[in-house]
Design a protein around this ligand. Sequence first.
Ligand SMILES: NC(=O)c1ccc[n+]([C@@H]2O[C@H](COP(=O)([O-])OP(=O)(O)OC[C@H]3O[C@@H](n4cnc5c(N)ncnc54)[C@H](O)[C@@H]3O)[C@@H](O)[C@H]2O)c1
Length: 352
Amino acid sequence: MAAPNPSALAMVPFVSVQDMMRIVNAIGPRQMLREICAYIEADFLRWETFDKTPRIPAHSEEGVIELMPTTDGEHYGFKYVNGHPANMARGYQTVTAFGVLAKVSNGYPVLFTEMTILTALRTAATSAMAAKYLAPKSARTMAMIGNGAQCEFQALAFQEVLGIDTVHLFDIAPKASEKAARNLADAGLKLRICASAEEAVAGADIITTCTADKQNATVLTDNMVGAGVHINAIGGDCPGKTELHRDILHRADIFVEYPAQTRIEGEIQALAADHPVTELWQVIAGQKTGRSTERQITLFDSVGFAIEDFSALRYLRDQLERTGHFVQLDLLADPDDPRDLFGMVNRAKESV
Ligand SMILES: NC(=O)c1ccc[n+]([C@@H]2O[C@H](COP(=O)([O-])OP(=O)(O)OC[C@H]3O[C@@H](n4cnc5c(N)ncnc54)[C@H](O)[C@@H]3O)[C@@H](O)[C@H]2O)c1
């Protein structure tokens, strides 16, 4: 006899990597970046309704594994994510992730999904959202230093949300820049592969640093950053893992996601614990000023915060009906009598 079919309550929608790729291609990466950006912005506007905590890391010699939880009282979300800069050389990805969105009222998950691709989308959407408030309005050229997994998502988000039309690519591995140029060939962007970070930043209004190295690296030195530039620093996101020379931090106005986490993980770990920073949500809510002068250097010291993943999960859940690209997973044990979990296991024996 076949085992009884799981009940409707046992089922949780699951988005596999394959389904995520179908969703991105059905909606289109640009539209998806724009729509996720709007979801993140909406959640930043209600920042105070969320429970917030620095993410929970497990560090090792090779990298870090992190849990990123948050709740708005109605839904609870978390992401499992790793960061292993040594992975690339071993044939693994630096960052992989998956996550869950659940209903607070009964604790049942409403979505289980891959988040490696979703993280790249949400990180790029967050960067572009920050740049809307911080970059010079006339910005058209971006230097993209580090041309790995996140690179093309960043380029497309800045094109879509900010109107960037030129991207200067630089990576210590020329193959990485060639890969990015190939993937972006039809994007309608002017692309230039550069031989050095100095060459990439020349003439750029926005500098995105997106490298992976488990050390305090110096991807940008002070002399490379001219007045009026916006820096989108996303690769420094762990204790002892930064990208910018300290002197840049003293010349810049620094904007962060959640200070309690960024002081541990961001570029500002190199500064005094009371160094002034502005919370991005307050700029978006109109409580604090973003860019105020043409010559100001603005720095978005991004580390990636749980609310951005929550927004991305919320967005994805809203696309399930629209796209139909998911499967139902028998994830939750659902005995006929909620008390009789053992009996359910026992009865299944008869059907083997
Ligand atoms: N802030 C966030 O929200 C967020 C989200 C996702 C990833 N990240 C971080 O962003 C970084 C990039 O992630 P990824 O998935 O693209 O990694 P990746 O390993 O795929 O790519 C990193 C690239 O950086 C290049 N690189 C390393 N050192 C360099 C240097 N000094 N100058 C120029 N290029 C250099 C490497 O050759 C590689 O191509 C990682 O450090 C990751 O932890 C941050």
